[in-house]
Ligand binder design. Structure first.
Ligand code: UDX
Ligand code: UDX
Ligand code: ADP
Length: 484
């Protein structure tokens, strides 16, 4: 029986291992983490992350061939394959601050694996890491030469939050990178391939060298983010010209060479991966003497920041250049629908922008806990584009506590609000009773839709002044000062 241990019970490690356990009853899977509350939650009725379909998968395997534990060293020592799925945030100080990946957690995991291992193991990079990390990890693993063989594989995860289980059940591809040039490397690649082959068709399992696998993950995320910045840049031009971004992206996406997916204009992309991975790519380019390439990719993040600023400016300028003391209902705080995750959510920047203009915010999100939101809004934000150590607008905790409130439904949030800001595309925001909402708001009543979820025509008929990203402007907004 093959034994798998995964270090890191997060958004990637948890769901991935649960699906491996479900699809491979003959494999025993232990997911370990240093965090006691996380493991306790994984062993409870309320899992630590919200992900459609995950509860079902965990319930079917937990206690049979899927275990969650804080006994990190014991489980690593017993495993044949060790996945490393710890967090790799962007460095916030020192060399490469603001761009390079912080590999502290990775390094300590690798040292621990080296120390506790008594038998040969395959060590799999699951979290996204900078290209050539495997080389560094290899050095750490082999430093205390105990005659144990370690094979390093890179097996980046492509799941998206909110659809993680469907993505894992039916992936476009599984990517396995290893030392193809050695017999040991080839054997390790085959061992991992056999795990996925339990449910993934062979032609979708791609095997490459280590560096190609590591770089493919960064490149894939950079390409995806680039599509969003491309359509978002066009959304600004649509507003200026009277074109409709939904019509433009539909027409563009019909070209099979371009494809229709991932072309929805929005208030900006968020999530733990896109910005971090692009910054990482930028840093690697700079370190390799490729400043033109670095600048090309930086532009994707600059447009994303621009889009968030543009949204705030549009809102403030539409409301007579001030939101001071005005009540703004924020619908949606997570970085996309069907997740409670708020990492890098555009809602953080938009809310901070409004708070710096002294607005009162009433937030509703079906999944984000209030404490998480409060923490996100009061945390100093690192400015990736400034010299090391500098921060952008800082809203202190007291202001956040005084000016932000979270409520339990959209009707409560919008009651007496001067404006509604839709920042996440939760399905329920499409079918709200907007007439009832309108009747409970002071006039003029505004809707700023950062996700193109509302029916603009219908809302204008009700009486709202509506701004929707990339859509022809409301006559009211046309007369307002231009937005940079
Ligand atoms: C992403 C990648 O999709 C996934 O393959 C990788 O493994 C991790 O990073 P994730 O961040 O979970 O996944 O979600 P994703 O669906 O990619 O959305 C990222 C952000 O882009 C969200 O804020 C989303 O709202 C935004 N987005 C997405 C748009 O603004 N427009 C789109 O058309 C698509
Ligand atoms: C292009 C558009 O494809 C077409 O839809 C539009 O109507 C006119 O412009 P064309 O310029 O004839 O057509 O050729 P295309 O196949 O798009 O190639 C343009 C250039 O890109 C060529 O130099 C081609 O070699 C290059 N190319 C294309 C690449 O370098 N890599 C690719 O993957 C594809
Ligand atoms: P991701 O989205 O990549 O899955 P998360 O932050 O959700 O990232 O999860 C990473 C997990 O890794 C966290 O739960 C963290 O406690 C855990 N972790 C970090 N370092 C170690 C370590 N050395 N040993 C065990 N677990 C670790």
């Amino acid at each position: 029986m093959v034994k798998i241990c995964c270090i890191g019970a997060g958004y990637v490690g948890g769901p991935t291992m649960a699906v491996i356990a479900l699809k491979c009853p003959s494999i025993e899977v232990a997911v370990v983490d240093i965090s006691v509350p996380r493991i306790t939650a994984w062993n409870s009725e309320k899992l630590p992350i919200y992900e459609p379909g995950l509860d079902d998968v965990v319930k079917k395997c937990r206690g049979k061939n899927l275990f969650f534990s804080n006994e990190v060293e014991k489980n690593v020592a017993q495993a044949d394959i060790v996945f490393v799925s710890v967090n790799t945030p962007t460095k916030s100080s020192g060399l490469g601050a603001g761009k390079a990946a912080d590999l502290t957690y990775w390094e300590s995991a690798a040292r621990m694996i080296a120390d506790v291992s008594k038998s040969s193991k395959i060590v799999v990079e699951k979290s996204t890491v900078p290209v050539k990390t495997a080389e560094a990890i290899e050095k750490i693993l082999t430093h205390n030469n105990k005659g144990i063989e370690f094979q390093i594989l890179s097996n980046p995860e492509f799941l998206a939050e909110g659809t993680a289980i469907a993505d894992l059940f039916d992936p476009d591809r599984v990517l396995i990178g290893g030392r193809e040039e050695t017999p040991g490397g080839l054997k390790a690649i085959k061992t991992l391939k056999d795990v996925y082959a339990h449910w993934v068709p062979e032609e979708r399992i791609i095997c490459t060298n280590l560096w190609s696998a590591e770089l493919s993950k960064l490149a894939a995320n950079a390409f995806l983010a680039q599509r969003i910045s491309s359509v978002n840049s066009i959304s600004a031009l649509c507003e200026a010209t009277g074109a409709n971004v939904t019509q433009v992206s539909y027409s563009v996406g019909k070209d099979q060479r371009i494809g229709s997916k991932f072309l929805s204009a929005s208030v900006g992309f968020g999530g733990s991966c896109f910005q971090k991975d692009i910054l990482n790519l930028v840093y690697i380019c700079e370190c390799n003497g490729l400043p033109e390439v670095a600048n090309y990719w930086k532009q994707v993040i600059k447009i994303n920041d621009y889009q968030k600023n543009r949204f705030v400016n549009r809102l403030v300028s539409s409301m007579f250049n001030t939101v001071s003391g005005k009540k703004i209902a924020i619908l949606g705080f997570s970085f996309k629908k069907d997740t409670g995750d708020t990492r890098e959510t555009p809602a953080i920047d938009v809310c901070r922008g409004l708070l710096s203009d002294r607005a009162q915010l009433i937030v509703y999100d079906p999944q984000v806990p209030e404490e998480q939101m409060m923490k996100d809004l009061s945390m100093p934000k690192f400015d990736w584009d400034q010299p090391s150590g500098s921060t952008t607008i800082q809203i202190d905790e007291e202001t956040v506590r005084k000016s932000v409130k979270m409520v339990h439904n959209a009707y409560e949030a919008t009651k007496d609000a001067h404006a509604i800001c839709i920042l996440t595309e939760w399905d329920e925001f499409k079918s709200l009773d907007y007439k009832k909402i309108f009747d409970n708001m002071p006039k003029p009543a505004y809707v700023f839709d950062g996700r193109n979820v509302v029916d603009v025509g219908k809302l204008r008929q009700i009486g709202f002044i509506v701004y929707s990203i990339g859509k022809p402007l409301d006559p009211w907004l046309k007369d307002m000062p231009a937005v940079a």
